[in-house]
Design a protein around this ligand. Structure first.
Ligand code: X2X
Length: 339
């Protein structure tokens, strides 16, 4: 059972009243040597937070209570772009962030989000646990952040809307769609002729509810856990990109941990990432009927014309030039020929 510090303090205050001065020692003994914050933008019920809590408990136990990781789900410490600044300054020690948003700081980190690059999950894990992931992590390290080896799954992204389903690339024309704060996302939806608006995830529900935008795109696990189905009518299985979360650490906070403690933390974070991948993948595969039951109307568009539209708009050529030949050839080696 998890006992939060607040519960413990409350209990010890009560105990002090009843039993005198012995009890506060219990609270003092619980003060961890390293008390670190782990922030993310996901609902408490999302696999990343469920596995994240297990991970924190295992780390606390294996370090004999020296490391206490507190979770802050649902952007409680600020939007993604705010939290990235706090991570860099050291106000937040751990943060899971989409590589595509991290690209505002590390441009190469968005490369796995290139439209229609990966056909399926096996191709994703081969790339992200292989050369492509290693390349991205080197770039992240150059930006003076610490990154764990295993990326956490967000998933293949689907398009939802309150106004119309997306059946063909033409349906995107003029479509007011929320995208995360990331040049790649904006560029891709502009290539479709849509009107993308960059909005952090913590404002997405209300942006959809108040119809500031017509639609958004996210994996089914998030459409479900963030209850976006309450404010959307259609869900088009566009599978247009795969997106994942890098587990990042502030470098000074990481280096304050003794080497043996770092080993325990990294081992547990990576193990939790792998477990959360399985949970999220299952949710993304199995949620369609549940969401249909809640009123979302699904359609499966033919995806070939979408990729062709991007090609004709010069999207692949433009991003190949931005990432450079080396990065692009690593992507194509794992994902297949794109240009
Ligand atoms: O902001 C989003 O849409 C989300 C939750 O999928 C990401 O973190 C990229």
């Amino acid at each position: 059972m998890h006992v939060s510090r607040r519960t413990l303090l409350k209990a010890s205050t009560a105990a002090t009243v009843m039993a005198g001065i012995g009890a506060p020692l219990v609270a003092r003994a619980q003060q961890a040597e390293f008390s670190y914050k782990f922030a993310n933008n996901l609902p408490d019920t999302h696999p990343i937070n469920v596995r994240g809590r297990e991970m924190a408990a295992a780390i606390k136990q294996e370090t004999g209570g020296r490391v206490d990781i507190q979770l802050f789900p649902s952007s409680q410490l600020g939007s993604d772009t705010d939290t990235l600044s706090q991570l860099r300054s050291g106000g937040v020690e751990f943060f899971t962030l989409s590589g595509l948003i991290l690209a505002t700081l590390v441009p190469a980190a968005s490369i796995n989000g290139i439209g229609f690059a990966f056909p399926d999950y096996p191709a994703v894990w081969k790339a992200m646990d292989g050369d492509l992931g290693a390349f991205i992590r080197r770039e992240i390290t150059k930006a003076n952040l610490v990154v764990m080896d295993k990326i956490w799954d967000n998933g293949f992204r689907q398009t939802t809307s309150s106004t119309r389903p997306i059946n063909t690339p033409e349906d995107f024309k003029g479509f007011k769609i929320r995208v995360p704060v990331s040049p790649l996302w904006t560029s891709m939806f502009k290539a479709f002729g849509a009107s993308p608006a960059s909005i952090n995830f913590n404002e997405v529900y209300s942006a959809l509810q108040t119809k500031i935008v017509e639609g958004q795109e996210n994996p089914l696990a998030l459409i479900s856990t963030a209850k976006l189905f309450e404010v959307q009518r259609y869900c088009s299985l566009t599978n247009h990109m795969w997106d994942g979360y890098w587990f990042l650490a502030n470098r000074r906070a990481w280096e304050r941990l003794p080497a043996d403690v770092r080993t325990i933390v990294a081992k547990n974070v990576n193990a939790a990432a792998v477990k959360a991948r399985e949970d999220t993948e299952k949710l993304n595969a199995g949620l369609q009927s549940e969401l249909a039951g809640k009123g979302l109307v699904f359609n499966q568009p033919d995806l070939k014309p979408f990729r062709e539209t991007l090609r004709q708009a010069g999207f692949y050529a433009e991003w190949k030039a931005k990432y450079g030949d080396e990065a692009w050839s690593i992507l194509e080696r794992s994902a297949g020929k794109l240009t």
